[in-house]
Design a protein around this ligand. Sequence first.
Ligand code: SF4
Ligand code: FES
Length: 247
Amino acid sequence: MNLTLKIWRQKDSNAKGQMVDYKVTDISEHMSFLEMMDVLNEQLVNSGDEPVAFDHDCREGICGMCSMYINGEAHGPDRGITTCQLHMRMFKDGDTITIEPFRAKAFPVIKDLVVDRMAFERIQQAGGYISVNTSGNTQDANGIPISKHAADEAMDAATCIGCGACVATCKNSSAMLFVGAKVSQYALLPQGQIEAVDRVKNMVAQMDAEGFGNCTNTGACEIECPKGISLENIARMNRELMKAHLK
Ligand code: SF4
Ligand code: FES
């Protein structure tokens, strides 16, 4: 395949960015999207140009690093996958592909396609953990009965990889799907009850302090989420927050 790429180039967080056109040739349909980006970067390096900066790590849909907005969609045109799992067979010879960073006030661009998602880390630090007794008197995890339904729902919430596609997709740049998943994964389990009140209050307060917008129930986040995180998690977070304020 021969393709035209329109890529956002931005020297650093203070620079004014712009879209720049590139051509890539002989791209195999079996390549992943990031392998195609590697081909482009090799081409740029060989011609003495600056390669395109983009985030990636695991390249297997686990780490949530590969944040790209491809043809107007977070993680591109396929569903239930991250950018690193996107294959070039989703495109046709002669296509023009637009590639931009995830855009949100709380995710400032660092360089080209790399954005700063430390806001998510700070939200996690505000309450996304449990206290475990390690005094030598610990209870065996299997000794705590948990219903299959609750375990399944908690596991579903825990599959959130913190990629930020929900924020990039939302017209309000809301992080409520992410925070809803992180609150839910503990709210559904007995181990999460000890800090439940402080957790939801602190995580929501940090989310607001980071400048994320509010949820207006559009549902675009759920559609673009590579892990299929359900809007039910936002409803659960809102219930947890209401309960916490009533206590
Ligand atoms: S909720 Fe989905 S889209 Fe949002 S950070 Fe988690 S995995 Fe990514
Ligand atoms: S590089 Fe890890 S999820 Fe894409």
